[in-house]
Design a protein around this ligand. Structure first.
Ligand SMILES: NC(=O)NCCC[C@H](N)C(=O)O
Length: 415
């Protein structure tokens, strides 16, 4: 599990206004994306399952699709920050370098000698080369030649990973999440993604842009992934509990958000523990102030445990209730509108698998969605939602859509 970095207390005048995110749909001003890079070229039919991809993507095309996604956002006035750029910039700080190297060198895998050698190799790298190693990983044959005598190295296959690649960096949604003016570094459940948070942690700790950003959640280790956290309205969070976020993760995230005054109500929402529904945002995302797009198969059996503060640093947990009812009440609205993703169960299941429900709101009633989910998009439009279509034939092989591939850093408040 990643150790969280204690944030520096620097009070340098920041050239950027303090960012914040209070909702899912407030006009998007700044977003963090990751343009897929060489780490995707590490995927093979032998390792793709373990690395959480459902196939082996055509990397050049995935990059083109991602560039088009970023361009759609820019064309709507959104500032796009790229994770690799932030990482390189942060790695100019020696403390960030130490943290990055520490996260990459696995002594259990490498043994003492090779771990030492790798540490000194990475220490000699410039910020760009180090960032590439941290994201792309290293095979044993890519280690510097000087370690040729290591038994560990001799006994590994040359293309085994000495440092694992991080192909799921593409899904920036999961490794950090903003609530109000604070950022939470999450705790990722799957070993293939564990190290991603070491990178978001060091970016938010050491990149000059985030020097004044406070932390939410703190150094908790119970799994919570950003794809499970929905900011339904200012002060109202929903947290999916399923394959990734655990009950303990939801409880500690809720406790922390309530104690910090970042939320008044947290809805813990059980979801089926399987790959197709790995996060809450695979079955439900907000498309307007009072509307969600939702997989019809879960519509009537999605429940929520409302969690509130007891006023004494503890929490009160209510009995479970239908999610839509509990959400509307906590949001202070009469009804949360639901746009179904197709009535025919086979189409609905196909489009859910292809992230039809995983939309990214650019503003109330304006979302980015994969073009392939034809029926879902038509239904959204029939309900008055404007859909910006992007292609995702290659991007989608990692099983994530526009919301998964984006971490909003700044949204304007809802009027
Ligand atoms: N929020 C999301 O649903 N993120 C998608 C993550 C996909 C990634 N391949 C994973 O299995 O974790």
């Amino acid at each position: 599990m990643t150790a969280h970095i204690t944030q520096t207390e620097s009070v340098d005048a920041a050239p950027f206004p303090a960012p914040r995110v209070d909702s899912e749909v407030g006009p998007l001003r700044t977003v963090l994306l990751h343009r897929p890079g060489l780490e995707l070229k590490r995927l093979t039919p032998r390792n793709n399952d373990q690395l959480l991809f459902d196939g082996v993507p055509w990397v050049d095309r995935a990059q083109e699709e991602h560039d088009a996604f970023a361009e759609v956002l820019r064309s709507r006035g959104v500032e796009v920050l790229l994770l690799a750029d932030l990482l390189v910039e942060a790695l100019h700080d020696d403390r960030a370098r130490i943290a990055g190297i520490h996260s990459a060198v696995n002594e259990r895998r490498l043994g003492i000698d090779l771990a030492d050698a790798l540490r000194s190799h990475l220490s000699s790298c410039g910020p760009e080369q180090l960032a590439t190693a941290l994201m792309t990983g290293m095979t044993f044959e890519e280690l510097p030649a000087a370690e040729g005598a290591s038994l560990v190295r001799k006994m590994h296959h040359p293309i085994d990973f000495a440092v694992d690649p991080l192909p799921n960096l593409l899904f920036t949604r999961d490794s950090s999440v903003w609530v109000g003016d604070r950022v939470a570094i999450t705790s990722l459940a799957m070993p293939a993604r564990d190290r991603e948070t070491a990178l978001t942690d060091l970016i938010y700790a050491y990149h000059s842009r985030f020097r004044r950003t406070g932390r939410a959640y703190g150094a908790h280790s119970a799994p919570v992934e950003g794809g499970d956290v929905l900011l339904l309205a200012p002060g109202v969070l929903a947290i999916g509990v399923g394959e990734r976020t655990t009950p303990a993760g939801a409880e500690s995230f809720a406790r922390s958000a309530l104690a910090d005054g970042l939320a008044h109500t947290v809805l813990a929402v059980p979801i089926t523990q399987e790959r197709a529904t790995m996060h809450l945002d695979t079955v439900c995302t907000m498309v307007d102030r009072d509307a969600v797009v939702m997989y019809p198969a879960v519509r009537d059996n999605l429940f929520a445990y409302p969690v509130r503060s007891d006023g004494n640093g503890g929490v009160l947990v209510d009995d479970r209730r239908p999610f839509l009812e509990a959400a509307a009440e906590a949001m202070g609205i009469e009804r949360l509108r639901v746009i179904d993703t197709g009535l025919d169960p086979v189409t609905a299941e196909r489009e859910q698998w292809d992230d039809g429900n995983n939309t990214l709101a650019v503003a109330p009633g304006l979302v980015v969605a994969y073009e392939r989910n034809v029926e879902t998009n038509e239904r959204l439009e029939a309900s008055g939602i404007e859909v910006l279509r992007i292609s995702g034939s290659e991007l989608g092989s990692g099983r994530g859509g526009p919301r998964c591939m984006s971490c909003p850093i700044d949204r304007a408040p809802l009027a």
